[in-house]
Design a protein around this ligand. Structure first.
Ligand SMILES: NC(=O)c1ccc[n+]([C@@H]2O[C@H](COP(=O)([O-])OP(=O)(O)OC[C@H]3O[C@@H](n4cnc5c(N)ncnc54)[C@H](OP(=O)(O)O)[C@@H]3O)[C@@H](O)[C@H]2O)c1
Length: 415
């Protein structure tokens, strides 16, 4: 048995080498992604809990999580797990992957060695009281995002995950496309479909911020599949066609407006009036796209501080602004008058549970939602890709990096 396999060279199925190549973030390197990530050799985490599996990673998806992990803000993810029994002073990120099941724990029943899988990033303890009571594990105290809040993510030759995270790899997809969609797709699915009565209904207008981004491209397609009318917001007109091809009725260029950021204080009447003017102009642009005076029943939020006041302003009476992030900042000021008088809902949402991840995977497997893989990078380019994302210079849609897959375009085990 070999101690370490080079990238792209596959050990015999089920044989676990002692060591692997991985991109590590260490606290002493916290900073921009090109500084924080470095390839090192580490032990393969083959010591499995009964409900865990080891997966040979073919490709890893890239998302914003590990931009935050490399910066060390808003939390130091390594320090946050100092009390974990298998604590290591490093972080192997990566919260999206496609790969092959390589070893299974003693209680695992849903997958077997050799299965081709995609991995969702929701982890929790089987002993969590909420899980034991049959509740939504996303509300459990033990919930963690794999490859961000937990170690041993997909930027490595092997990853260690809980068996329930594994879902069948859609057969028509390449390894890299299969690695690209789950985190953003399942998050978008929960946001749009899991907060009744505010689930997308036929005819609903759904305003999607960052329509050409990872979350946005999934949200547009899910809203379209449910019969909704998505409208995308983007920062340049060259993104319009991409969003419209996915099903957006039209797009708004946010750069045409300047009222972004925290709401001015209502006592500062001049500034406040100016803000209202900007928000009204944005609402008028939305009506222009729709060709009628209708407001969104759902607003799909994630920029946060820059956009929440506008989202709440334009949301329909009785509608919902659903939010999963604060990319531009965390102080979202709300003019409560719009919230209570128009009885709007401001709902937080975070990743997804098994059912929601499976529902999204089924839509992808049926060809109804496209992963929107924009570009495939190499394992060595993992820091570079995160830097692109950090600088908002990344291509539309979702990106993936080959890990053990020897070249792009492969749908099965390479011969
Ligand atoms: N809680 C969860 O479960 C969860 C899951 C997935 C992602 N997230 C978070 O959600 C955020 C977005 O993720 P993503 O994968 O969609 O990232 P992404 O691919 O970078 O897309 C985000 C889009 O947001 C738009 N945007 C950026 N700054 C903006 C601003 N100030 N105002 C309005 N729009 C702005 C950009 O589009 P334009 O420049 O074209 O407008 C960008 O393409 C990240 O913070 C990520 O960490 C959270």
């Amino acid at each position: 048995m070999r101690d370490l396999y080079p990238l792209g060279q596959m050990p015999p199925l089920g044989e676990v080498p002692a060591r692997m190549l991985a991109h590590l973030i260490r606290p002493e390197r916290f900073g921009e992604p090109t500084k924080a990530f470095q390839v090192e050799q580490v032990e393969v985490p083959a010591d499995l809990q009964p409900d865990e599996v080891l997966v040979w990673v073919m490709a890893a998806g890239v998302n914003y999580n590990n931009v935050w992990a490399s910066l060390g803000v808003p939390v130091d993810v390594i320090k946050g797990r100092q009390k974990d029994p298998d604590y290591r002073p490093f972080h192997i990120g990566g919260s999206d992957a496609s790969g092959i099941v390589w070893k299974v724990g003693s209680d695992v029943q849903n997958v077997k060695v050799g299965d081709h899988v995609v991995i969702h990033c929701g982890t929790w303890s089987r002993d969590d009281p909420i899980v034991r009571a049959g509740g939504d594990p996303m509300f459990g105290a033990s919930f963690r995002i794999w490859g961000y809040e937990t170690n041993w993510g997909s930027f490595a030759q092997f990853t260690r995950v809980q068996a329930h995270q594994c879902l069948p790899k859609p057969k028509h997809l390449t390894w890299e496309a299969a690695a690209a969609y789950m985190l953003v797709g399942a998050t978008a699915y929960r946001m749009l479909m899991a907060w009744p009565p505010h689930t997308v209904q036929p005819g609903d207008v759904v305003l999607v911020w960052g329509g050409a981004g990872g979350l946005g491209c999934q949200a547009i397609q899910i809203a379209r599949e449910m019969g909704g009318t998505p409208v995308a917001v983007v920062s340049s007109e060259d993104k319009f066609e991409f969003c419209q091809r996915l099903g957006a009725k039209g797009c708004i260029n946010r750069k045409k407006f300047s009222h972004w950021g925290m709401l001015p204080h209502w006592k500062d009447t001049a500034k406040y009036a100016e803000w209202v003017k900007g928000a009204r102009a944005f609402g008028a642009a939305l009506w222009e796209v729709l060709g009628e005076r209708r407001n969104p029943r759902l607003v799909f939020e994630h920029p946060g501080e820059d956009t929440v006041p506008t989202s709440i302003f334009v949301c329909d009476t009785g509608g919902m602004v659903v939010i999963c992030a604060g990319t531009s900042g965390y102080n979202a000021v709300v003019d409560l008058r719009y919230l209570w008088m128009r009885q709007k809902r401001f709902q937080g949402s975070h990743f997804a549970n098994d059912d929601q991840a499976r529902a999204l995977n089924d839509l992808v497997a049926a060809g109804k939602v496209d992963p929107c893989l924009s570009e495939t990078f190499t394992f060595e380019q993992i820091p570079h890709v995160h830097q692109l994302m950090h600088d908002n210079r990344h291509p539309h849609g979702n990106m993936a990096c080959l890990v053990n897959a020897p070249r792009p375009g492969l749908r099965d085990v390479p011969q």
